[in-house]
Write a protein that binds this ligand. Structure first.
Ligand SMILES: Nc1ncnc2c1ncn2[C@@H]1O[C@H](COP(=O)(O)OP(=O)(O)OP(=O)(O)O)[C@@H](O)[C@H]1O
Ligand SMILES: [Mg+2]
Length: 261
């Protein structure tokens, strides 16, 4: 399992994570919700060692990510997909998916290629295996990114807003893949703004507020009146997400607004 124990993280004088306690057991699908800047991406980055923690400890199957050897083991067990499809532009979809298993795990090419083609087929991209990233749509690129993560056969899949750069149609394509992975029992920790999707596929929902875990509840309870919705911050967050046009305006209100009323 992934165990996050009393984790704290600061950037200069800003506290970004504060006493975060969270455990993700095999088979769980945990979504992380929270306002922009609440520390969601930082938490994911601390789990895969892209950031170091200032307090507490994170272990993946018992391996401490703060230690060099521990981090290598942790990275073998978990794979991360980010918002932007960071594929290698000079390699085809197939080559991108094959890279880590052949280079990092030093597995035989023929075997890896067969698996990579099967993965691409699973996400509906068998016919695009030889295409370069520039020849793929955003949704297709993100599906290749998911294949690339799965090619390492991770026990844990970490996803940080993998659909937020996509249009609704491509978002639906990628969410369908994630829903399928969830049904197959893939352990996932995912940051998302897709509330309905989180509700549909996660076993548990975590709400981060200013770097602290405000609630951590089974999904049905999180979305119940007596559970998560009883928390005014969560209720406000969910209603804002459901009706984005009701959110605070992006531009400051005109200073002479009172004269118009
Ligand atoms: N490398 C960095 N240096 C300084 N501050 C940072 C750094 N990375 C993140 N922060 C700050 O840490 C806070 C949390 O950022 P984080 O990216 O984790 O938020 P988030 O919850 O993922 O937000 P969003 O929903 O917008 O992606 C923010 O205030 C951000 O400005
Ligand atoms: Mg983020």
């Amino acid at each position: 399992m992934i165990a996050i124990e009393k984790v704290g993280k600061n950037f200069g004088s800003t506290t970004v994570l504060d006493g975060v306690e969270l455990a993700i057991a095999p088979g769980e699908v945990v979504s992380i919700l929270g306002a922009s800047g609440s520390g969601k991406s930082t938490l994911i980055r601390c789990i895969n060692g892209l950031e170091t923690v200032d307090a507490g400890r994170i272990t993946v199957d018992g391996f401490d990510v703060a230690e060099k050897a521990g981090l290598a083991e942790a990275r073998r067990r978990s794979a991360t997909v980010f918002q932007l499809f960071n594929l290698y532009p000079h390699m085809t979809a197939l080559e991108n998916v094959m890279l880590a298993p052949t280079m990092v795990l030093k597995r035989p090419r023929a075997e890896v290629e067969a698996e990579a083609r099967a993965l691409l087929e699973r996400v509906g991209l068998a016919a695009r295996a030889e295409a370069y990233p520039a020849q793929l749509s955003g949704g297709q690129r993100q599906r290749v990114g998911i294949c690339r993560a799965l090619a390492m056969k991770p026990r844990y899949l970490l996803l940080d807003e993998v659909t937020s750069a996509l249009d609704p149609e491509m978002t639906a394509e990628v969410l369908a893949i994630l829903a399928q992975l969830a049904r197959e029992g893939t352990t996932m920790l995912f940051v998302t703004h897709e509330i309905e999707f989180a509700r549909r596929i996660s076993t548990r929902v975590v709400f981060l507020e200013k770097g602290r875990i405000e609630v951590n509840l089974p999904t049905a309870e999180f979305f119940s009146e007596a559970g998560g919705l009883a928390n005014p911050r969560i209720a406000r967050f969910l209603s804002r997400m459901a009706a984005p046009e009701a959110a605070a305006p992006l531009s400051p209100a005109p200073t002479d607004a009172h004269e118009a009323s």
